[in-house]
Design a protein around this ligand. Structure first.
Ligand code: UDX
Length: 463
């Protein structure tokens, strides 16, 4: 099928590359010329395992193109994905101005043929109808411009009634760091629309994925496709992220109680996770959730509820537990070192999770800020940021090039991100290089016995 994806952030680029990989002809549109040039040369602007390979193969097969020309993209696609960012405003509300600009742009370039316009960005509930109105505004603006220019609305002019399109909400559940795997091995596909025609096209688009042709385990039954009304599909995305974030805040709260009563949260998580009603995933206690989705989406849902006169108390509590949890390692550092002024603290990891270069809403940033405020010197080593640190504009932290340089002269280390390579560092050597071999394992990730054998005084979270 002919697909156009507008916006090449995480969601857009992964969606475009994966749809091209499964055989569709995809044009990705982005208004950033530099980025388009980079992607045309087969390079991914984000670090995501496997993405560059897929981009290069699909481009080579002639299935994936990049352009900054929205008109060309709209003319090409029977299915048009809106995948631009919806960042959080200061009050927690989603900033939908990029979605609005794209929807208006699509309207002004519609050519009269039937199109499915898909909201892939996480948009506030009710955006489906709003996008439809904005697209129609775009159509009307172009028509008015044609008339003003003296052209009689003829063949190339579009009348509103002649413009056939439907809006579908198709929320994205991919995780950074495993985005390609998640796209080919989804738990479900959610399609929100009341148009049978649009749903049929979307199902056809996803057939290679729902039939598991590109899945790791091809013998599994087909991927469930849930068809709902638009608002319910939009809500599924918020509810899923809010549930997962709340689950993590729940286990972090349990961890803090474990710390006080002398229990081990990792064993407690195992014990409750074996109950199939609870499930074992997302019960990893640590320094709190971050990233580009959970904080933004939970705040947006609280804000939407508030708009409708409802106080989302549980979600507010999940956020406040998380805000406190982000500084739990600071509390432990103070318990161990007492005064932090003049001390040197080394952070293992900076990104909000492993296998990504994403620092958006990363707990490390709060920790750096607070350590600086208390007069501590902060150093860090991160497998990706240590290579690309300059372009991230980090402040208040010295980014070291290897773990041993990080350990040198530190008064304590804090494991912030559970990068797999951190399991196998030369901890004995690192302990020797430190002023004071204290390790705060902010992710309950390291083997306590191994660290203690290496000479560390070890503290986990809730154990
Ligand atoms: C999340 C959702 O999982 C995904 O479905 C949605 O589309 C986007 O948001 P992502 O932000 O990539 O994906 O990260 P995820 O792996 O879900 O982790 C989110 C945060 O929770 C990270 O900071 C992670 O470290 C933390 N986390 C996760 C925990 O602290 N404990 C856990 O058990 C799991």
């Amino acid at each position: 099928m002919r697909v156009c994806v507008i916006g090449t952030g995480y969601v857009g680029l992964v969606t475009g590359a994966c749809l091209a990989h499964i055989g569709h002809h995809v044009i990705c549109v982005d208004n950033n010329e530099e980025k388009v040039k980079l992607m045309k040369s087969g390079h991914s602007p984000i670090y995501e395992p496997g993405l560059s390979e897929i981009m290069q193969a699909a481009s080579h097969a002639g299935n994936l193109e990049f352009t900054s020309d929205l008109a060309a993209g709209v003319a090409h696609g029977e299915i048009l994905f809106i995948a631009v960012g919806t960042p959080a405003l200061a009050n927690g509300e989603s900033d939908t101005r990029y979605v609005e600009a794209v929807a208006r742009g699509i309207g002004s370039h519609l050519d009269g043929g039937y199109k499915v316009i898909v909201n892939k960005s996480t948009v506030p509930i009710g955006s489906g109808d709003w996008v439809r109105m904005i697209v129609l505004d775009g159509v009307a603006e172009r028509q008015a411009a044609l008339v003003t220019a003296g052209g009689v609305p003829g063949e190339e002019a579009i009348s509103q009634s002649g413009t056939q399109f439907d809006v579908v909400s198709n929320p994205e559940f991919l995780r950074e760091g495993s985005a390609i795997y998640d796209t080919f091995n989804p738990d479900r596909i959610v399609l929100g629309s009341t148009s049978d025609r649009a749903i049929a096209m979307m199902k056809e688009l996803y057939t290679p994925i729902t039939e598991r042709q590109f899945a790791e385990d091809k013998s599994l039954p087909p991927v469930p496709v849930l068809v709902t009304d638009i608002s319910s599909a939009e809500m599924v995305k918020y509810a899923a992220n809010a549930f997962l974030a709340t689950k993590i805040s729940f286990i972090n709260e349990v961890a803090n109680i474990c710390d006080r009563v002398g229990a081990d949260v990792t064993q407690v998580a195992k014990g409750i996770g074996l109950d199939s009603r609870i499930g074992s995933k997302f019960l990893q206690a640590g320094i709190g959730w971050g990233g580009s989705c959970f904080p933004k989406d939970v705040s947006a849902l609280i804000h939407t509820a508030d708009d409708y006169g409802y106080e989302a108390q549980l979600l507010k509590a999940a956020v406040s537990v998380n805000d406190r949890q982000r500084l739990i390692s600071l509390e432990k550092l103070q318990q161990e070192l007492k005064i932090l002024k003049g001390k040197t603290i080394g952070l293992l990891g900076l990104t909000f999770k492993p296998d990504t270069d994403d620092l958006r809403d990363a707990p490390a940033l709060n920790l750096i800020e607070q350590l600086n405020r208390l007069g501590a010197k902060v150093k860090a080593y991160d497998p990706i940021i240590s290579q690309t640190g300059m372009r991230h504009g980090l402040s208040g932290v010295l980014v070291e090039t290897d773990p041993e340089r990080l350990a040198d002269s530190c008064d304590a280390l804090v494991l912030v991100t559970d990068w797999e390579q951190f399991r196998k560092l030369d901890y004995a050597k690192m302990a020797q290089l430190m002023n004071n071999p204290v390790m705060i394992d902010g992710r309950n990730f390291l083997d306590r016995e191994m660290l203690e054998r290496a000479g560390f005084h070890f503290r986990g979270i809730g154990r």
